[in-house]
Design a protein around this ligand. Structure first.
Ligand code: ARG
Length: 268
């Protein structure tokens, strides 16, 4: 009896299936009418030049850490997106967006009109300005004073840009390094007499290298810079999620907590 029932049920199912097929478009494969499988959300790849403490660096375990990283992790949590961070050399970092190798860039990137032509930026998440590092016994008191000196910068940064304006872009007195720490090491070694880079990084480096014999010189002529998170030009959907997440972490105090944990409670 059982077996007969099973057979009956089976033939009934086949019958139903055939009847169902009959109603479909003749050439449509069965899968086309099925709802798409719930695809696992793709992990977004975030590129960062992790030689920029306290914004991004690599710890002893090889993990990418820093203020920028915490900000993007918090945004991702709010936005319901998954991210992973990949150390990416500054040189060529913007191309990785174009190539699709990276979905996002967070790297203390200053939003500039030139960069806006080739990529899109989130709302600003951090304010910075240039700062000059010189040896403690240097007579440099303002930006103009470095005009006759050998100056170290990180290649292709806003520091490179302002120094290029002062000394002339092709001046042989500009020494361009692939990272800001390398430029600062060269200052210590005496190969350059000044380094111009973002204030947060210069100040952090000096505080952590008390033996380096450096001091900083600020200049009111430097304009304020705004850091933004970059996406491929036209990726409005992702940008909207990032901006929403950023607004959310600013509104609920998460941003302030992250800020305090990296820069202390004092406001900049
Ligand atoms: N804010 C500067 C710029 O956008 C320097 C950024 C360098 N960032 C880094 N992670 N190396 O040009």
């Amino acid at each position: 009896l059982n077996r007969r029932l099973t057979l009956t049920a089976a033939s009934l199912l086949v019958g139903l299936a055939l009847a169902g097929c009959g109603k479909q478009e003749p050439a449509a494969p069965a899968a086309a009418s099925a709802p798409p499988p719930a695809a696992a959300p793709r992990v977004l790849v975030v590129g960062t030049d992790a030689a920029y403490t306290p914004f991004e660096s690599q710890n002893e375990k090889g993990e990418v850490v820093g203020f920028d990283i915490d900000v993007v992790k918090a945004i991702a949590l709010k936005a319901g997106i998954e991210v992973k961070f990949v150390n990416t050399p500054w040189e060529g970092i913007f191309n990785t967006l174009e190539l699709g190798d990276r979905d996002l860039l967070v790297s203390a990137i200053t939003i500039t009109p030139e960069r806006r032509q080739t990529m899109d930026f989130s709302q600003p998440y951090f304010e910075a300005r240039q700062l000059i590092a010189v040896k403690s016994d240097s007579t440099v008191a303002k930006f103009d004073d470095i005009k006759k000196l050998k100056v170290g910068v990180q290649n292709g940064t806003t520091g490179d840009e302002v120094v290029g304006k002062l000394l002339g872009k092709s001046s042989t007195d500009i020494k361009r390094f692939e990272s800001t720490p390398l430029a600062l090491k060269e200052l210590e070694a005496g190969g350059v007499q000044a380094v111009v880079a973002d204030n947060g990084v210069v100040a952090h480096y000096l505080a952590n290298n008390p033996g380096g014999g450096f001091k900083t010189v600020s200049d009111a002529g430097f304009s304020t810079e705004q850091y933004g998170i970059a996406v491929k030009k036209g990726n409005a959907e992702l940008l909207a999620k990032i901006d929403k997440g950023l607004a959310d972490i600013k509104a609920d105090g998460t941003y302030a907590k992250i800020y305090a944990s990296h820069f202390g409670a004092e406001s900049k």
